[in-house]
Design a protein around this ligand. Structure first.
Ligand SMILES: [Zn+2]
Ligand SMILES: [Zn+2]
Length: 247
């Protein structure tokens, strides 16, 4: 399976990248995490009619404002969108006039489903749990093609992120704040915390992403975060838009 980062910024797009969107090309499915404006690159990567599953973490705009780009896509297979309870309702209110093209006017079929916390077969196994954030935010762990990929964005360190990351082949974790900084009111994670989590969870690889462009304004800032994290967990990479790797 191939992992590609289409958007690695948090909050807003800048010269360092687009907002959150992560893509997995598996044997039978395309899997996408979040619909920040990095999703604009999706049609470059979807080259067959494998089903497309999009998992939304939460409704902060940096994770969903790429949904207004759905009208750009012509995928015959459509897109299945999954998110926490209320997703169906919220997206029916958002993807319509006067904000954007209405769901029923889109050139592709969109199915939206709500997920409760727990493990689901969608048809591959997906475990989702609430993380620690200013508004409810789901983390995901997916096992597919014999590998486990965990996606934890917009969160402080919590019991659920540890559980989701347990023995993950790849942990994709947010890095919303700088080394040595802690955010309590609007929880995010610094590189040392993410690295400590990866180590405690016995994950194999860690990708830091969702860099706040005000705090990590340059690629050098991301590299510094990577360096700090590597002191604790060697197998860490600071993700950039456009990087890809085989899992
Ligand atoms: Zn965010
Ligand atoms: Zn958020």
């Amino acid at each position: 399976m191939k992992l590609e980062f289409l958007g690695t910024n948090g909050w807003y797009s800048s010269e360092t990248g687009n907002t959150a969107c992560v893509f997995l090309d598996t044997e039978e499915y395309y899997i996408v995490f979040d619909a920040g404006d990095g999703i604009q690159k999706l049609d470059k990567h979807v080259t067959s009619e494998k089903p497309i599953y999009l998992f939304l973490s939460h409704f902060h705009l940096d994770h969903i404002y790429g949904l207004h780009l759905l009208s750009k896509f012509r995928f015959k297979q459509g897109i299945k969108i999954y998110g926490q309870k209320g997703t169906r309702n919220i997206l029916h209110r958002l993807i319509k006039h006067p904000f954007t093209v209405a769901l029923k006017e889109l050139p592709i079929t969109i199915e939206i489903k709500d997920l409760s916390e727990g493990t689901h077969q969608v048809p591959f196994p997906v475990t989702c749990k609430f993380l620690l954030h200013a508004d409810p935010c789901l983390g995901y762990s997916i096992t597919i093609d014999g590998k486990t990929v965990t996606y934890c964005t917009d969160t402080g360190i919590c019991e659920n992120s540890l559980e989701l990351a347990k023995n993950a082949d790849v942990l994709i974790h947010e890095c919303g704040t700088k080394p040595g900084f802690f955010l309590e009111k609007w929880p995010h994670t610094n590189p040392e915390e993410a690295a400590t989590l990866a180590k405690s969870a016995n994950a194999r690889r860690l990708f830091l992403f969702h860099f706040n462009p005000m705090i990590h304004a340059t690629i050098a800032d991301r590299k510094q975060a990577e360096e700090e994290a590597r002191r604790i967990f060697t197998n860490t990479v600071a993700a950039m838009d456009g990087i890809s790797t085989d899992i």
